[in-house]
Every structure is written in C-alpha cells, then in structure tokens.
Design a protein around this ligand. Structure first.
Ligand SMILES: Nc1ncnc2c1ncn2[C@@H]1O[C@H](COP(=O)(O)OP(=O)(O)OP(=O)(O)O)[C@@H](O)[C@H]1O
Length: 314
C-alpha cells in the first residue's frame, strides 16, 4: 500500500497551472524528496495533499484512504513543518510545542512526555523556557520542527526546512529527520538543494513546471541521463597543458569537454566504465606531472539540466 497516492492532480491559480496532471506515490518508510526550483509546485503539491488548498482535478489518498478536508482521523497521523516559522511569540518554547501537540493529543500526562521528547529531539533543552524572539534563526527552525512532530506522526511533511539556516542547525535538522525515519515515520521532504536531497532521501522526484519529470533513487536518476563523471587533475608545474594532450583527451570515447586552467585539468565525460583510466592513460603517455586527482559522479543538477534544459540552481 502506498502511504501517499496522488493521481492526475491539477491546480490552477487563475491562468497559471501550478500542478499539471501531477502524480505521486510514496511508500511506507521512505524519505521521499521533492526536488525542484522555486516555483516548480512543491509547496502547492503539499498543500493540496494536506487539503489546505482546493484543486481543480485529481484524487489524493493517504494511508490507503481517500483524503478530504474533514478526514481528521488521517490528519491526526500527519505532521507538517511549514516553510515559514509559525509559532506564538507570547509562549515559551515548551508551551509552543505543548500547544501544537494539544491539537492532536488531549491527555496531559502523555503530552508532557511527548513535549519533552520533542524538545530533546531537536536539541532545545537549554532553551525550553525561552520565548521565540530570543532564539536565533536556526533554533527557531528547530522549534518549528518540534511543533510539527511532537505528536509523533506516521507521516511528516517538511517544506524546505533548512532555508537560511546556519550549518550546525542544518546538520541537526537533517540528522533529526534521519532519526525520525529510523524510528518508523515516512518523510516527505521538499528542497531546491540537491545536496540535501541526495544525502537523506531514499527516492527523489524531480519537479519542473508543476510536473514530476523524473523519479527514482539517487543512483537511478543519475543512470537515466548520459552525463558521466567530472574528472579533475592537478597539473601544477605545467602552466599550460600542451594542445596535443588536450586533443588526445578530446578524442576519447566518452569525453565531452577537456580544458585546463590555473594548473587544473577538467574533463567532462559521458557515461562510461573506463573514463578515469582512459584519461589517466593519456596523461601518463604524455608524461604530464600529476598531483591530486578527483572524479565526481554526475550531480542531480546534471540530471535536471539534461531533462529540462535549464539549471536547477537559482
Ligand atoms: N496563492 C497563489 N496565487 C497565485 N500563484 C501562486 C500562488 N501560490 C503559488 N503560486 C504560483 O504557483 C507556482 C508554484 O508555486 P509553489 O510555491 O508551489 O512552488 P515551490 O516549488 O514550492 O517554490 P518555492 O520553493 O518558491 O516555494 C509558482 O509559479 C507560484 O508563483
């Protein structure tokens, strides 16, 4: 059974089609990434799934049941961490979490336990009595997360939780999501940062213009395109790489581009199993003095670029 199932969803804002026959299937236990540039429809998709927005067409099921605005039984099993921090200024950290938890859990003793667990989970123990205005941006984000997950939902939606967050809080957030998933929650994670999605997601959908243009694991997505690795070789001590060396590199079967600048050779390849060995063999044949050698697989940006013709990065 899919935990999230969206079929043929269409959402228009006037003339603008924000979701264009959008389909999505998420299995239990996944950390599922929705990756797309700003405006590709990620937030709209989540808000439709949560029934916070009406839509023009399509059907949505959660936990195998049709979702509707009044399905409070299903909503109780869901946690939402919205893009913008939404907490009460007049309540302390602990009271904010308790308030959001109380929307789902009536029993006080149980709630007390859940609130303390949520505080520990996001590492806000030292700030439990603080009011939000005393918190840094990163700590506020963590509070926002604690408010969304304190009732220990089975399915959690994170909408770009690391935008404008310091690296320490960002790591704490990503580690927290992994731990939450390990303890049984299914996670839906939207982002336009490919590195994050690669790091934590078990499957990824690439979105563009309100459609899912590709879906798969990180490795599956990268295997869908013809881009191969990017090879970099330090050739310090050689101000300019002789043209015959570059010419020999460029005729290799999978080499698309070879250029040298500032003592560093960069070779962009298509998919092939011997790219690194072939490049090094040419350099050795020409007795090029080599320093460090790097080979990086294609990134999700390469995948996005090849499928859509534009860059994922802003
Ligand atoms: N309330 C609205 N009225 C009109 N257009 C909207 C509204 N909300 C979103 N849009 C438009 O719908 C499209 C999808 O927006 P959405 O916010 O879902 O994208 P996103 O991928 O979540 O991007 P972001 O990362 O910027 O939030 C965009 O073109 C956006 O401008």
């Amino acid at each position: 059974m899919d935990i999230v199932s969206v079929e043929n969803l269409v959402k228009r804002y006037g003339d603008l089609v924000a979701l264009d026959h959008f389909d999505l299937r998420i299995r239990p236990g996944e950390v599922f990434g929705l990756l797309g540039p700003n405006g590709s429809g990620k937030t709209t998709a989540i808000n439709c799934i949560l029934q916070l927005l009406t839509y023009d067409k399509g059907s949505i099921s959660l936990f195998g049941e049709p979702m509707a605005p009044t399905r409070y039984d299903l909503k109780r099993r869901i946690g939402v961490v919205p893009q913008n921090v939404a907490v009460f200024e007049e309540l302390t950290v602990r009271d904010n979490i308790d308030y959001f938890c109380s929307l789902y859990v009536g029993e006080r003793a149980r709630r007390r336990e859940l609130v303390e667990r949520a505080i520990a989970f996001v590492g806000l123990e030292d700030y439990a009595r603080f009011r939000p205005r005393k918190l840094s941006g990163g700590l506020l984000r963590r509070l926002n997360i604690a408010c969304g997950i304190a009732h220990e939902p089975d399915l959690v939606f994170f909408d770009e939780p690391t935008v404008a967050v310091d690296p320490q809080s960002r790591n704490a957030i990503l580690e927290g999501i992994k731990a939450m998933n390990a303890s049984g929650a299914t996670v839906v994670y939207t982002s336009h940062y490919m590195e994050e999605v690669e790091e934590i997601c078990t499957r990824i959908m690439i979105m563009d213009h309100g459609r899912g243009v590709a879906v798969g694991t990180n490795a599956e997505l990268k295997a869908m395109v013809s881009a191969g690795e990017r090879i970099e070789v330090e050739v310090a001590g050689l101000p300019e790489l002789p043209e015959p060396v570059l010419a020999d590199l460029r005729v290799l079967p999978h080499v698309r581009r070879a250029a040298a600048e500032d003592g560093r050779l960069t070779v962009m390849c298509g998919q092939g199993t011997r790219n690194v060995a072939d490049v090094l063999a040419v350099l050795e044949r020409h007795q090029v003095p080599m320093g460090r050698i790097y080979a990086e697989p294609p990134t999700l940006n390469d995948v996005f670029l090849e499928i859509t013709g534009t860059d994922l990065r802003d």
